[in-house]
Structure formats: C-alpha cells, structure tokens
Design a binder for this molecule. Structure first.
Ligand SMILES: NC(=O)C1=CN([C@@H]2O[C@H](COP(=O)(O)OP(=O)(O)OC[C@H]3O[C@@H](n4cnc5c(N)ncnc54)[C@H](O)[C@@H]3O)[C@@H](O)[C@H]2O)[C@@H](O)CC1
Length: 498
C-alpha cells in the first residue's frame, strides 16, 4: 500500500530530527537523493553525466537549498551546472556557497529574462540537458509567479525539451490537493523527500515518475493510500478447496433495461469475470444478459431473484418511477449495495435512502453525477469534496476521474491513478460497477473493494489498449471500448495476483 502524508504530518515528523541532528543534515540527505536521481536521468536520457548541462531553478526557501546542494553534487560529478536564482538576495546561503565551491555558476532570474546573461552561460541556461525544479516545495501555493512561469515556458519550448526533475514536488502544484492555478512545472521525475505527499498522487499528471527519497522520518497514519497490485492481488477473492458457487458471495445485478441492454451486459459480465461465485441478474435485459453470459442466473424482477450477498444497481436502469421503486427496495435490504449512474440521479432526490441504511452503501459518481448528488460542481480540492459527501451520506464514495478518489467516514481515503486514461470511454463505469459489486459480495471492506476494483479496472483498460495478448499496460496503445476493458478483466486480475 503506497502511503501519502499531509504537509503538517511531514513537518511534525521533521521537527524532532531538525532538533537533534546537526544543522543541514536533512537537507543534505534530500539533496543527495535528488542528485542521485538527476544523475540517473542524465545517464538514461543523455547517455551520461560528465559534460552534460544542468540548470537549477532555485527559489528562496529550503526547496531551493535542496536544489542548490544537488547542483553542487552534480557539478562534482562532472556536469556543467548553472543555477538561476529567483531572488538572489534570499537564495539559500549554504547551498549557494556549496554550488560555487564546486565550480557551479549562479545567475539572477531577472538577468536571464532581460537577456543580460551571455556566452556559455547563456547557452547552458537556454538549452540545458536537465532542469532541477527547486522553485518551491511544500510551502508553495498553486501557480508560478510570472518570472518563474516565463523561465519554465522558455525551457518547455526549447528545441530539445530538457528532462525536468522536481525537488519534492513540481512547483506551481498544491502540495495537499494536486490542484493548479495557472502555470506549473511538468516534471518527468519527482524526488519525494521523506514521504510521499498527497500531490504525488492527486497531481500525478504534473509529477511524472515519483521516486521516494528517504531522509529518516518516522511517520504516523497517512492522509491517503493507494492500493498497489500486490494489495489487490493478495485479497482478491478466489475459490478455495471448500468453496462452492454460493460461498464466494453471490452478487445481484440490477442494471440496464430493454431500452439500454448494454449496461446490463457490461455490468453483469464484469462481475462474472471478477469472481468465481454466482452472479444473478434481475431486470428487463435478462435475455440479452443470458445470451452474452449463460452462467448468469437471470430473472425479470428482483422479487424472483434468489438470495444475494450484495447488489449492484443503477447503470442504464432509467430514472422513472419503476426504477425508483426498484432502487428503494434494494436499499431497504441489509446487504451491501453499490449504486452507479441512473441510480445516482435517483439518489440525488433521496439522500435519506442511503443515510438510513445500516449495511454498507457504495456510490460511484463521475464529476457530473457528483454535482447532481451535492448540488454543486466538484471543486479543485476533490479529496475534501469526496470526504464531505461520504461523511454526509454515511457511505463509501468513489469519485471517478483520471485520479479516482475513495472515501468513507472516519477512515483514510484511497486514490487510484493508472498513469493512463484508456478507461475514459462509454460503458467503462458499468464495468467498474460489476467488479466492485463482486468484491462487495465476497465480503471485502467497501473502501478497499473500491480501491482494488479501480486498480484492476484501470489495469484492464491499459491491457486492452495494448491489444490481444498484451502482458504489459505500457506502450503507445490504441483507443478501447468498454467491451474490450471487460475482456481484459481476468488478465488484469491475473496481473495483480502474479
Ligand atoms: N524542513 C526540513 O527539514 C526539510 C525540508 N526540505 C525542503 O524544504 C522544502 C520546504 O521549504 P520551505 O518551507 O522553506 O518553503 P519552500 O521552499 O517550499 O517555499 C519558499 C517560499 O516560496 C514562496 N512561494 C510560495 N508559493 C510560491 C509560488 N507559487 N511561486 C513562487 N514562490 C512561492 C513562499 O514565500 C514560501 O515561503 C521542502 O519542500 C523540501 O524541499 C528538505 O530539505 C528536507 C528537509
């Protein structure tokens, strides 16, 4: 399980070390890790360190200090290192002295922007091989100030884009929410000092690859977790010697209709793929579901369906009176229920149906459905928003997006980021609903069920994008549809279990 700690928690963990260790020790540790990562990137992307040019963008705080010390280290390893000081009079004194002692050059941002830097230095500043972003760290507010924004824009536009390595986090991105407000650094690699912070998953698109740099912190409970393959794989329900078709947990699917049979087929099919236990279907698309998945036990109505250990309801089911009555009936049961899509539109008018439940309820809105449920659009601080809704309804809420967030009252939240966006396709949510439902029926903790299902779902989408026989989700890929994602659910389960 990957863990992300909030800024206050990181500062609290740093405090005893700052008090007990010789001054500058933590910064030296951070800078050493940063330099090591930058050197590895230079070797990987530019074939070596010696003779390559490194530009350090150094702000006035400790983040700039880290970057200057790392620059000194890289200079000693043979790179040409130039630091651009955002505010020369407030540059980190010891870091700047170390850079100069190592033979590095420092210039003022103001002089660079005004074209007052000439000769070799001008060339190094204009087209470096690698940029270390030390403009701001965990004290940074979103957005870059105009001088920093202009420097970054010029580097981004260079004929050969340099490799960007961020010290702690990309400048311009909020450390707690991952939100931006104007320009920000788009890093290829981020060196996370002491702990991963929420930005490292919530602002994943800005961070690139995140490499933790241990500096000796002892940390408490995290703010956020990410379920990794190994976590999903370890707890994925698979039959044992004593299991039968019921003991693994039967899921009932109430989705789709004669008008929209696709949602029923996708939702029931993904449940079938995710679990060995029985899947029941109740609704107007029973014929279509059976034609696609003969192993499903299908009936026309919920009343005719046998016992289940969880229900999955909502996708493609409509929002009319009959759909309302069906959903109300399902939520009146004492088994876990996942509600998605049309079911969420109905719930926007009936929050009490969720609040009054004693069994777990999982809601899986996308941004539009979230706005319908809460009455206002998803704000920049998505994590706070999902926590508030979960607490308000007493439910587990999974907010879909490029970074999917999962929260339930009083518990550490989960985030899922796949590193790609292939799951952003029609019907993909129906597939996720079936997987979550299967895991709820198997008795998994609701928030963990959501996190593990989201992991397998995004893995399936990544595999689908790579085509038949893919064993890796990396590569250029091609657009996929929800049926293709569903077709890879078993391969994704295999992948997380291996
Ligand atoms: N405290 C410690 O023990 C350690 C801290 N470390 C480094 O220290 C960093 C935190 O340093 P600081 O607290 O000095 O603060 P920062 O270096 O994050 O920020 C410095 C100042 O930048 C200004 N600023 C805020 N938003 C800005 C923006 N959008 N554009 C331009 N300037 C902006 C603010 O005045 C802020 O105080 C960490 O991220 C990490 O890199 C590491 O050296 C490891 C040890």
């Amino acid at each position: 399980m990957r863990e992300f700690h909030g800024v206050d928690a990181v500062r609290a963990a740093e405090a005893p070390l700052l008090a007990s260790l010789p001054e500058g020790t933590l910064m030296r540790r951070a800078a050493y890790g940063l330099a090591r990562i930058a050197a590895a990137e230079l070797a990987r992307c530019r074939g070596g360190v010696v003779g390559r040019s490194v530009l350090v963008l150094a702000g006035s705080g400790d983040n700039g200090g880290d970057a200057l010390f790392a620059g000194a280290d890289l200079r000693r390893r043979g790179a040409a290192v130039t630091a651009v000081l955002m505010k020369p009079e407030r540059a980190h004194t010891a870091g700047l002295a170390d850079l100069r002692a190592a033979g590095g050059v420092a210039v003022a941002a103001e002089d660079v922007l005004a074209g007052r830097v000439r000769g070799f230095t001008a060339a190094y500043v204009a087209v470096p091989d690698l940029v270390i972003d030390g403009i701001v760290g965990i004290s940074g507010r979103p957005g870059l100030r105009p001088d920093a924004a202009e420097l970054v824009a010029r580097l981004e536009a260079a004929a050969r884009r340099p490799v960007f390595v961020a010290a702690d986090l990309p400048s311009g991105v909020d450390p707690e929410t991952g939100a931006t407000d104007g320009p920000a650094v788009r890093a290829d690699v981020t060196a996370a000092f002491g702990a991963c912070k929420p930005v490292h998953v919530l602002g994943a698109r800005w961070c690139g690859r995140v490499e933790p740099v241990p500096i000796g912190l002892t940390l408490g409970a995290p703010e956020l977790r990410q379920c990794e393959d190994v976590d999903a794989g370890r707890h994925w329900p698979v039959p044992g010697a004593d299991d039968d078709k019921y003991s693994g947990g039967v899921l009932g699917v109430v989705a789709g209709s004669q008008k929209y049979p696709g949602a029923a087929v996708l939702c029931a099919g993904s449940a079938v793929a995710a679990t060995s236990a029985m899947v029941r279907y109740a609704g107007g698309a029973a014929d279509r579901v059976l034609a696609a998945w003969p192993e499903v036990v299908a009936t026309a109505t919920i009343g005719e369906a046998g016992r289940v250990q969880a229900w999955a309801a909502g996708p493609g089911g409509g929002v009319d009176d009959a759909a309302e009555r069906r959903l109300q009936g399902i939520l009146a049961t004492d088994v876990p229920v996942i509600v998605d899509a049309d079911g969420l539109t109905i719930l926007a008018r009936h929050h009490e149906w969720v609040r009054e439940r004693s069994a777990p309820t999982v809601l899986t809105p996308h941004a539009g459905e979230f706005a319908r449920l809460t009455g206002s659009p998803v704000p920049a601080d998505r994590l706070a928003a999902v926590r508030t809704l979960a607490a308000d309804l007493g439910a587990t809420v999974l907010l879909k997006g490029n970074v999917t967030l999962i929260s339930e009252p009083g518990r550490v939240a989960y985030a899922e980021h796949s590193g790609h966006a292939w799951a952003a396709t029609a019907g993909s949510g129906d597939v996720l609903t079936g997987i979550v439902g299967a895991l709820l029926a198997a008795g998994l903790d609701p928030a963990f069920a959501c996190a593990a299902a989201a992991r397998v779902h995004s893995t399936a989408a990544g595999l689908a994008a790579q085509g038949a026989g893919a064993v890796s989700k990396e590569g250029p890929g091609a657009p996929v549809s929800a049926s293709a994602v569903l077709g890879q659910v078993r391969a994704a389960v295999r992948a997380v279990r291996s």
